[in-house]
Design a protein around this ligand. Structure first.
Ligand code: C5P
Length: 223
């Protein structure tokens, strides 16, 4: 039996990975499956929350009981997150957001020409949605949670990222062979802005999601 410890709370979760179009048939994308974000949505519904799930390019069934908003690009994701965050108690950015997008969109398919060198693709920076939401809380006491995938110096890089982004909790994964991308399992350390460090052993993405909600719900109770 799950405690309805998030009853009366509105939680906003982003999931999946953005795709940044180059022309009508091509995009810059990433390998995020969306499974961790969907696990967060399912477990939040089970704990009584009102859930807005903002998904980018996943292939997963809608979680029962969540409001699902579909987006494609980082710019669209930003707009949807800011709108939903206006009355949210918690915002969790589990989506993999492209750091850069092509500077221009070609309305017709880009063609290769005989004898031509490979074209360069100029990129521009995408907005950092997590940093923006954390810096500009839509309501007092709103909790902001980020994710970070690191390959080395996981804890030191995670601490620095937590400070840089200004979020309350940062879930740090080590990217490895059987972990994180597309997998059903995850292993992580949840870092708190208050200095706490909560290791989550290798296991189902639901278990990590429930640990995040335990930490969130404890912090909401203290306010
Ligand atoms: O900086 P990095 O991409 O490692 O940070 C990951 C965290 O920041 C994730 O929570 C992701 O959803 C969020 N993010 C964002 N906007 C970006 C890049 C990342 O919200 N442009």
């Amino acid at each position: 039996v799950t405690e309805p410890d998030l009853a009366g709370r509105h939680v906003v979760i982003s999931a999946g990975g953005t795709r940044e179009p180059l022309d009508p048939v091509r995009y810059l994308g990433n390998r995020s499956s969306g499974k961790q974000g969907y696990a967060l949505a399912r477990t939040a519904v089970a704990r009584g929350a009102r859930v807005t799930l903002i998904e980018a390019n996943t292939q997963l069934p809608d979680p029962a009981g969540a409001d699902v908003v579909r987006v494609g690009t980082a710019v669209q994701l930003r707009e949807a997150v800011l709108k939903a965050a206006a009355d949210a108690d918690v915002v969790v950015m589990a989506a993999a957001v492209a750091d850069f997008r092509p500077a221009a969109y070609a309305p017709g398919k880009i063609k290769k020409k005989d004898g031509e060198e490979a074209p360069a693709v100029p990129l521009v920076r995408n907005p950092d949605i997590l940093a923006e939401v954390a810096a500009d809380r839509a309501r007092p006491g709103q909790l902001v949670v980020g994710f970070a995938a690191e390959t080395d110096d996981v804890l030191a890089n995670g601490r620095a990222k937590l400070r840089r982004k200004g979020c309350d909790l940062l879930v740090v994964n080590e990217v490895g062979e059987r972990k994180t991308f597309g997998s059903e399992e995850n292993e992580a350390v949840v870092l708190g802005a208050d200095g706490t460090e909560t290791p989550v052993p290798y296991g189902p993405k639901e278990a990590l999601a429930d640990t995040v909600w335990d930490l969130v719900s404890g912090r909401l109770r203290e306010m």
